[in-house]
Design a protein around this ligand. Structure first.
Ligand SMILES: Cc1cc2nc3c(=O)[nH]c(=O)nc-3n(C[C@H](O)[C@H](O)[C@H](O)COP(=O)(O)OP(=O)(O)OC[C@H]3O[C@@H](n4cnc5c(N)ncnc54)[C@H](O)[C@@H]3O)c2cc1C
Ligand code: SF4
Length: 324
């Protein structure tokens, strides 16, 4: 690990101002991703700003009837919150499908959104990787792409976003609230937060230099049957091959986001519109323009089947509700 300096910020505004004024500074929250990357010298910050003491660890109701989740709320606490379990059950399920209990006790809401890809070549400094070393090439193009993406990808990078939580938040139309180096807050819809790789896969999101995530805001509860399904190579402690987060209303309408297929949690208007038609149609809309590779083409039928299973699960839940 490269030597670095360390400070604790005393307010969100101070943290953002310090990060913007200090060359090569990074925030550290739970550290469950950043520290691993630092040990491998994939991330080499010169200065770490610890944001754990900023008081951003509460979940509060919003005036609109939604929830404001502080950036430092731990994944375990968010999954267990009674309001989240009752009104945003897919979010609770997505969180519990990720990592392990120990990791979730440390991992934070903002850190989870900003975790880096799990492309194996990104984690291997001997391999070319445009995301880690811009312009060096992409080892995944001629390598093993089983875990990697097929839609929204580019010639420069085919990595996927690894977060389970973010897929559920995308289905819920979550909004990211930040504070900038100038002390001014702004709100960014999660749908606009992540960038596609294009020719600059090293730029992954819309945050400005020094900008700190303060909270994630959930709109008022949507009701409906709330589903999160994760398909992975082993039953626990594994990143997704394909995930589906869905909120399905009794009339079959709803909203759906998918993970494991794209550089960001993937939500497409046409896919939501196709929900009453069935899994194959929704999947086709999500995968419009897909560029599968020989060893990840299996994700196309897998996604269709996972959506079909999610829709059947929603119908079953609604049937049980009508009976009770
Ligand atoms: C073995 C293992 C298995 C895992 N499995 C899964 C899984 O199945 N599903 C899943 O979704 N995740 C999984 N994870 C990832 C885990 O969820 C993330 O590492 C965690 O959520 C990151 O949160 P953190 O608070 O520790 O972030 P950190 O490591 O502290 O930070 C991550 C990034 O976020 C930035 N950051 C942190 N807070 C802020 C803020 N407030 N504003 C701006 N930037 C900020 C940091 O600078 C850093 O760049 C796994 C991790 C491990 C190690
Ligand atoms: S897919 Fe992206 S992260 Fe993986 S090696 Fe290629 S450029 Fe790097």
């Amino acid at each position: 690990m490269k030597a670095f300096t360390y400070s604790r910020a005393s307010s969100p505004a101070e943290a953002a101002a310090e990060a913007a004024a200090t060359p090569n500074a990074k925030f550290i929250a739970g550290g469950t991703n950043l520290l691993d990357l630092m040990k491998l010298q994939i991330e080499t910050p010169a200065h770490l700003i610890d944001v754990n003491g900023l008081g951003l660890d509460s979940i509060e109701p919003t005036p609109e009837g939604g929830l404001r989740i502080g950036a430092l709320v731990r994944n375990t606490d968010l999954a267990a919150d009674a309001r989240v379990r009752r009104d945003y059950a897919l979010l609770s399920r997505a969180l519990l499908a990720g990592a392990s209990g120990q990791l979730r006790n440390k991992a934070t809401t903002a850190g989870n959104l900003l975790q880096r890809t799990r492309c194996v070549y990104f984690y291997d400094p001997r391999q070319p990787c445009n995301k880690r070393a811009p312009g060096s090439g992409c080892a995944a193009m001629g390598g093993v792409a089983r875990q990697l993406g097929l839609v929204g990808v580019s010639e420069s990078c085919i990595a996927t976003h690894p977060s389970d939580m973010a897929v559920a938040m995308m289905a819920l139309d979550a909004v990211v609230e930040t504070i900038g180096a100038d002390g001014i807050s702004r709100r960014i819809a999660l749908q606009d937060f992540y960038r596609l790789p294009g020719e600059t896969p090293q730029i992954e999101h819309d945050l400005r230099p020094g900008e700190l995530i303060q909270a994630v805001i959930l709109p008022p509860p949507l009701g409906g049957a709330q589903i999160y399904r994760k398909v992975r190579d082993r039953a626990s402690y594994a990143f997704a091959l394909v995930t589906v987060a869905a909120v399905i209303q009794p009339d079959g309408s709803g909203r759906l986001a998918a993970g494991g297929i794209a550089p960001r949690p993937w939500r497409v208007e046409a896919a939501d519109a196709a929900l009453p038609q069935g899994g194959a149609e929704v999947s086709a809309a999500l995968l419009d323009g897909a560029r599968p590779r020989p060893d990840n083409a299996f994700k196309q039928p897998l996604l269709a089947r996972t959506i079909t299973a999610a829709l059947a699960q929603a119908r079953e839940m609604q049937g049980k509700e009508m009976m009770s």
